[in-house]
Ligand binder design. Sequence first.
Ligand SMILES: [Zn+2]
Length: 270
Amino acid sequence: MPFRRLWATTTVVLCALAGLLLGLVPSAGAAASGTAVAAAPDFKAPYPCGQRWTYSHHSAEVRRALDFVRADGGTTDGTPVLASAAGTAHRHHQANGAGNYVSIEHGGGWRTYYFHLSAFGAPDGAQVAQGQQIGSTGSTGNSSGPHIHYEQLYNGVGQDIRINGSALAYPGGYHQYFLTSDNGCGGSGTPFMTWGSGTRVRADARLSAPVVTTLAGPTSVRVLCQKQGDTVNAEGYTNNWWSKLRDQNGFISNIYIDHPAAQLPGVPLC
Ligand SMILES: [Zn+2]
């Protein structure tokens, strides 16, 4: 939709302005190649379990931020913003920049940012758990459309964002890459065994989605949720159901789950 495209472009440009106003833009090259970085918390997506959002990074964006908008038919505005890891949450306000925003100190030099909130969801200084609501998605400050501006910083320097241990891409526009949240799912998934060898785990339930890892052989996995995607024909089976694997942070065709049903019993929809 032309309107949406225009809106998205404006959003990322304004986000870059927000960062400049904060005065926190690191010097060029400060992404610290060669610098030892302490192990990061196991960060999860900053929005609720099962929701699918798309993200982008404008070339003029502040630090290594990604801007997220919903891509699952739900409304971005007002959606809960969740702590991507446990820590101490602080409220901030910057009228002409980040708007209402929360920073969470995770310890070990790690911090996350959540900008442009419509409302706060945790008291200033609160200890928050991973998956706890810290605010609501909005467009406060220098932003022209609801989105979550999200950052991971180490010792004040923006890092390439990793979710469940996997580095996200930095596309220049929305609807190229997607991330389904497993934050706050409350469960640890349902255990299954896989079968086959060289099974590709993909970023989404599509054969064109990037491969995030490969299962060398039969593997014990935890399935968080399942959804219908591309139809796969393999090993004499045809199935369009895919399982989201907790530890691999990606999807495999249900053909490779060692269970006779095409749609797994007792596993929620993504
Ligand atoms: Zn932004």
